[in-house]
Design a protein around this ligand. Structure first.
Ligand SMILES: NC(=O)c1ccc[n+]([C@@H]2O[C@H](COP(=O)([O-])OP(=O)(O)OC[C@H]3O[C@@H](n4cnc5c(N)ncnc54)[C@H](O)[C@@H]3O)[C@@H](O)[C@H]2O)c1
Length: 431
């Protein structure tokens, strides 16, 4: 690998942006020369993070306005961790300024937003990679490995969700200057689709021989947030009697060109333990995240006495260990388990940095980014129209049938490239 040092800027330094910047600076060949947040204290915290990691003399300038940053700085890349409705416009400006982009997850508010990302990337030759960390989760990667080895047979149906009790974070959005609240007040749809749709799309080969063709969404009534506000902030607090638009549970069904179906669940305003409710089901068996269970015909133990199929445990019965993805084997050997969300945050940042360093073709490209984000506005449209099916745009303009090959490598999400792990790779080593 070349010894090129990447000159990078970090924009949006809330809790997530600060955490990701700290991690990104563990990659020895990444230099963060500029930080930006529209809030002055956060801009200054960003500068301090760079100095804490790289010393008091580190070259780093602070900005309040990303347009000024792009006008003044000469950069290779940018990491955007602002808010759902600002990610894309900053990404478009960044690509026009000659930067490769990675941006934090969220959904799109319009089809135009998605097309702007695609067209700007095509016109500038710069990439736009959604920073979808869940694609690099240990379980998701082992399961991808199993799918590619054919253990589930032909895939028929998949499920997933963002099921995370965020009532406090949402309701205290004004006090904590956090962006989710306004979305839950004014929108109604699958607001956060990509955490499970990312891994699902990679299993299904979306945009590479398969594509999403239509979607339908349905929203329940909304009670959870107002109830939380009343119980925790008192009856007089304005949100205690607020009629939130966002339904507590939003269910979305997607149909694929090759015949598979996908169900997504958005569930952030009722009490519950965290789960992404991953389910993979094929002609040979099924995996269910809730319960951590798996059944594979001809492989799992059978209850011969009662002639019934029996669930096994994905972890305790040895599946995770046996089918560990080589990236996670390497990651464990290198002994770098720290880093956000059990390690997947560091891996997705390494995948981004490696793509910048090698000059393009990230494992999550602009077509993946646009497709996964599009689910939000499509589901909003479906719900607004009374849960009618809506057509899914083809952001590849037909190229999904016959795309240029993906780049193989240790971070590849389209194939498990075993041979690439045989050569020593410096990417995962931290400073
Ligand atoms: N992948 C994950 O696991 C994960 C985890 C947490 C958050 N996130 C995502 O990361 C993003 C940020 O999350 P957060 O919790 O830090 O949000 P936040 O609202 O606390 O922080 C966003 C920051 O961006 C700044 N900002 C907004 N608009 C800006 C602009 N135009 N120019 C410069 N700065 C601007 C805000 O001032 C704020 O400091 C969100 O999209 C969130 O969904 C992802």
């Amino acid at each position: 690998m070349s010894d090129r040092i990447i000159r990078l800027a970090a924009i949006g330094l809330g809790g997530r942006g600060r955490g990701q910047l700290n991690l990104l600076l563990k990659i020895p060949y990444v230099n963060c020369v500029a930080v930006c947040d529209k809030v002055p204290e956060r801009r200054d915290e960003g500068i301090q993070i760079v100095k804490n990691n790289r010393g008091d003399n580190a070259e780093v300038r602070g900005y309040l306005d990303y347009k000024e940053l792009f006008a003044k700085e000469s950069l290779d890349a940018v990491m955007i961790c602002s808010t759902w409705i600002t990610h894309s416009r900053i990404a478009v400006a960044a690509m026009k300024a000659g930067c490769d982009v990675t941006m934090e997850v969220g959904g799109a508010a319009s089809v135009e937003e998605c097309w702007q990302l695609v067209r700007t990337s095509e016109e500038t030759g710069k990439f736009c990679m959604l920073l979808e960390n869940c694609c690099y989760d240990r379980n998701e990667m082992a399961l991808f490995n199993m799918v590619k080895k054919g253990l589930f047979g032909e895939i028929i149906h998949m499920q997933g969700g963002y099921q995370h009790d965020l009532r406090d974070e949402i309701c205290l959005g004004r006090e904590n200057r956090h962006g989710r609240l306004f979305n839950f007040q004014h929108r109604n749809g699958e607001l956060y689709p990509t955490h499970q749709l990312g891994p699902i799309s990679k299993v299904l080969g979306i945009n590479r021989g398969n594509r999403y063709i239509s979607l339908v969404s349905m929203a329940s009534k909304s009670r959870g947030l107002a109830k939380w506000a009343k119980e925790n902030k008192g009856e007089d607090y304005d949100l205690a009697s607020y009629a939130f638009n966002q339904g507590d549970i939003v269910t979305t069904m997607i149909k694929c060109a090759n015949g598979e179906t996908v169900v997504l669940t958005h569930d952030c305003s009722l009490p519950r333990p965290y789960s992404r409710a991953y389910r993979i089901q094929g002609t040979n068996g099924i995996y269910m995240e809730d319960g951590g269970t798996i059944y594979l015909e001809g492989i799992s133990r059978e209850n011969k006495e009662h002639w019934t199929h029996t669930w096994e445990k994905f972890k305790d019965d040895g599946y995770l260990e046996k089918y560990e993805h080589p990236l996670w084997k390497k990651y464990s050997i290198d002994g770098i388990h720290e880093g956000g969300h059990g390690g997947m945050d560091y891996l997705v940042l390494c995948a981004f940095a490696e793509s910048v360093k090698l000059g393009g073709q990230p494992p999550i490209d602009v077509y993946d980014t646009a497709t996964w984000m599009a689910v939000t506005y499509l589901s909003e449209q479906s719900i607004a129209m009374g849960s009618v099916p809506v057509p899914f745009p083809d952001f590849t303009n037909g190229a999904w049938i016959d795309r240029e090959p993906y780049r193989r490598g240790i971070f590849c999400l389209d194939e498990v490239c075993e041979d690439c792990f045989e050569v020593e790779n410096e990417v995962l080593h931290r400073s």
